[in-house]
Design a protein around this ligand. Sequence first.
Ligand code: SF4
Length: 323
Amino acid sequence: MPGGGKPPLRVILCSPRGFCAGVVRAIDSVERALAIHGAPVYVRHEIVHNRYVVDSLKAKGAIFVEELDEIPETDAPVVFSAHGVPKSVPEDARVRNFITLDATCPLVTKVHREAEIHFRRGREIVLIGHAGHPEVVGTMGQLPEGAITLIQTIEEAQTFIPRDAGNLAFVTQTTLSVSDTSEIVAVLRARFPAIVGPHKEDICYATTNRQEAVKLVAPLVDAMVVVGAPNSSNSQRLKEVAERAGCGYAVLVQRAADIDWTRLDGITSLGVTAGASAPEVLVEEVLDAFAQRYELHVETMAATEENMFFPLPRPLRTSEAAE
Ligand code: SF4
């Protein structure tokens, strides 16, 4: 047998996978803030949902907090994470005279603006998303309490009772399952034909493209490893998409050490992808772990090419201190 007795394993890397433009921008924002202002730089909430990324930034001088009241009086800047924040957060920061840097992904900000426009036009708003996710907390927090109703499931869409069925709008979380969301939207449109929404859902290009790549690869492999964090919405969705697309075993792992090798006994093919907040170095770590046990034959299968780029928040764009 080739490879000194190791069994062969066909590995199909999904493309695109891993970091999206919003995540790159958020991480670069913290690094640039550290370069300009020096340590510490405070970051409200995990800048992106990945422990490896958070730990690397901690090592460079970032201090992560969940709420602003954990931050002492300081001249150090405070960065808001890619997921966005409720309006009350920048207001509190202003009261405390903090220097703030908003790393909210521009595609999340776009959803905030859509919700505001609907509100100004007097519409009742439905947000399709997952309760408790920081992006959902941030979007709901753009408007007064009660202005937005959260809908998480088809059942909730079927039983939702609006104040005025003729004056409704919907927005969505950016990191949902494309197919689940279109089913929920279909229920809402059938019940409330006048409902206003985006042309496509607000699910972002990165979420859509990563799911498309998984749909291509999942039916071809015995198992799919998704590199990502358990609190990363788009990573969780990739695992679900793989299962629904016909992959017998899909698993979400943060690091190679999380792999349960007993579940992979006898596989001859493997798909690998990564959530939008998972760095490629962790994909490489996972591949190295497989290479210790198998003779790998690696190929890439691409759903589409990505070349999205978001410029840094304005205060961080031009500073010689950062060069
Ligand atoms: Fe922005 Fe989408 Fe990335 Fe979230 S997953 S940070 S919305 S590009």
